[in-house]
Design a protein around this ligand. Sequence first.
Ligand code: SF4
Length: 234
Amino acid sequence: MTIAEFYQIFGQVVLAAGILLLILLSVTLILGRMLIEKDRLVFPKLLLFTMDVFYGLFKKFSESMGVDGKIVDHIGVEVRNKVNEKHFKEIEPKDTILVLPHCLRHLECEAKLETSGLACKNCKRCVIGVLKEKGEKMGYTVFIIPGSTFLKKIIEQNKFKAVIGVACFQDLNLGMMKLSKFSCQGVPLLRDGCVSTKVDSRAVLDTMGVKLKEAKKLVPKSSCSEIPERRKSI
Ligand code: SF4
């Protein structure tokens, strides 16, 4: 084989791989939108493969198609929630951790940040206190953390089989990716940011296994969204 022939074959292989990759990203985007908009999950393993292996590239591809790159994280969270749902429900609360972001805290929160996260005093000025109290009563171990370094510590220092996480779509998707050996369920924030974020607390309670009637008593209307935003498309 001459060098010219080698380069010709090499070029054809690269071109074929590029076309296959474009097809994979397009199919994943279509299936992901179908999942978000119609709640239909098709080829979950394919979706997870693209998400885990081509995360950054998939974001750029979505943006180049005129779709907000956030859809990638939205798809990731939805797929992981659906794939893990059945197994998650079989795991008891005592083997499950509930991880809440500290940005949900009230602006005048007096709780101190300790090595395992925020030491909430259950003053009930924000939804963290309500979720923590109910969660601990049910047997969940609750962590209120400011970032992924704390998540790493939690994984190293605790024994658990399942996780309920609350965070913005990106942190949730990346966190669930990191925790893929556990059964994870994610509830995305309704309003993200660094402070005064908002979550559908009834969606969190629902994931924890609290009946709607009790959840309605536990959380005031203002801290809930009537329509679960995680079902809305971006
Ligand atoms: S409930 Fe907990 S996190 Fe919320 S303001 Fe009170 S001490 Fe802070």
